[in-house]
Design a protein around this ligand. Structure first.
Ligand code: SF4
Length: 374
């Protein structure tokens, strides 16, 4: 041992020997010391940022904001619809037809959806189910409807075409017996003083009322009293006097030409046969029958004017459509001595009860026989 080292006290003079220790180990020891734990700053760990984030998300519950998921919009929509029953229903894009059918089936108390069904079937269904409802007007076959009515009125008959000749004759007998009772003394509605005047008046009555003709003829016959006077007169002068009857040019021409023919061929006298009359200009079977029946008292045929044509078909005396064919039917059904008056009686009925646009069926004396009574 040296002198210097001998002078120093062993406790004070000796400086602590600095230990050269590993820095790392020292730090660890410091940290481990219980007294120094609080004061020592925490060691920063170097961890994976991603893992830290994930950990945070896992531990953070309600306070944290929900992480926005990126999901399929369609799936999200479907999920929302399923869970939110009380929420506003999402509009589905479905087949309109299927939707309609579904609605009709489920909503019995709801307003029924309009079905696009066969109108006929719909009508039939309505009629069948609604027995107590207002009866729906059926658009039935005219023939069938007529048959039903006829069955009630005339037991054996169904329609004019299905009546046997005997049935139709019986029907005609009942009709004309009833009409004779209702109109015992019929007469020609056209005013006249001679066969020629009746011929002219009948030509004028086409498409015109008897009343209008009777208003025109007095002045006309005063100006032209005979067939010769008409034959010599200018057509324009005749036209002027008959203008209000309608079709005045044609009628004036016919009257003028017929007058000339009567003067030239029959010495100014109206012929008394059907064959000769129908050869005159403007004279047909109806005019000829009117003249022969009312001016000569000759029953050449049943007079079929518009009234007789319409009524014969309505009552069931004929189902023909032309005046010639209806005349043929009536000539067979009605006795010859009733041809003239029978036509007057039917015309009277047409004017009084069976008015084309407003028939008075309830008061009509032929209501029991008429096939067209509503
Ligand atoms: S019942 Fe009626 S439709 Fe028949 S003839 Fe008389 S008015 Fe005309």
């Amino acid at each position: 041992m040296s002198a210097a080292s001998a002078k120093k006290t062993p406790a004070d003079a000796v400086k602590p020997v600095k230990k050269r220790v590993c820095k790392k180990t020292s730090t660890e020891k410091k940290a481990e010391t219980p007294e120094t734990v609080d004061a020592v700053k925490p060691v920063k760990k170097r961890v994976c940022k991603k893992a830290e984030k994930a950990e945070k998300n896992a531990n953070v519950d309600k306070a944290a904001k929900p992480v926005k998921k990126r999901v399929c919009k369609k799936a999200e929509k479907t999920e929302t619809n399923a869970n939110a029953a009380d929420a506003t229903p999402v509009k589905k894009r479905v087949c309109k037809k299927a939707e309609k059918t579904e609605t009709n089936a489920n909503a019995a108390d709801a307003t029924p959806a309009k079905k696009r069904v066969c109108k006929k079937a719909e009508k039939a269904e309505t009629n069948a189910n609604a027995a107590d409802a207002t009866p729906v007007k059926k658009r039935a076959c005219k023939k069938t409807t007529t048959d039903k009515k006829t069955a009630a009125a005339t037991p054996k008959s169904a329609s004019p075409s299905t009546l046997s000749p005997t049935e139709r004759r019986r029907l005609a007998d009942r009709v004309f017996a009833t009409l004779t009772e209702r109109y015992p003394n019929p007469s020609c509605a056209l005013d006249h003083r001679s066969p020629f005047q009746l011929l002219v008046a009948t030509i004028l009555s086409a498409q015109c009322t008897d009343k209008r003709v009777n208003a025109v003829t007095p002045a006309l016959f005063e100006r032209f009293p005979t067939a010769e006077a008409f034959a010599d007169a200018p057509v324009e002068a005749i036209e002027e006097l008959i203008k209000s009857c309608g079709f005045y040019r044609a009628k004036a021409a016919n009257i003028s030409q017929a007058s000339r023919a009567i003067v030239e061929r029959f010495n100014g006298e109206v012929p008394a046969t059907l064959e000769e009359l129908v050869r005159l200009p403007g004279v047909g079977r109806k005019t000829a029958n009117v003249v022969l029946g009312n001016a000569f008292g000759i029953a050449s045929g049943f007079v079929v004017d518009t009234h007789v044509l319409r009524l014969s078909r309505k009552i069931g005396l004929s189902d023909e459509e032309t005046p010639e064919k209806v005349e043929r039917d009536l000539n067979e059904l009605v006795p010859l001595n009733d041809w003239v008056d029978g036509s007057h009686r039917l015309i009277y009925l047409g004017r009084e009860y069976c008015i084309a646009r407003r028939p008075q069926c309830d008061a009509c004396p032929l209501g029991a026989f008429c096939l067209k009574r509503p």
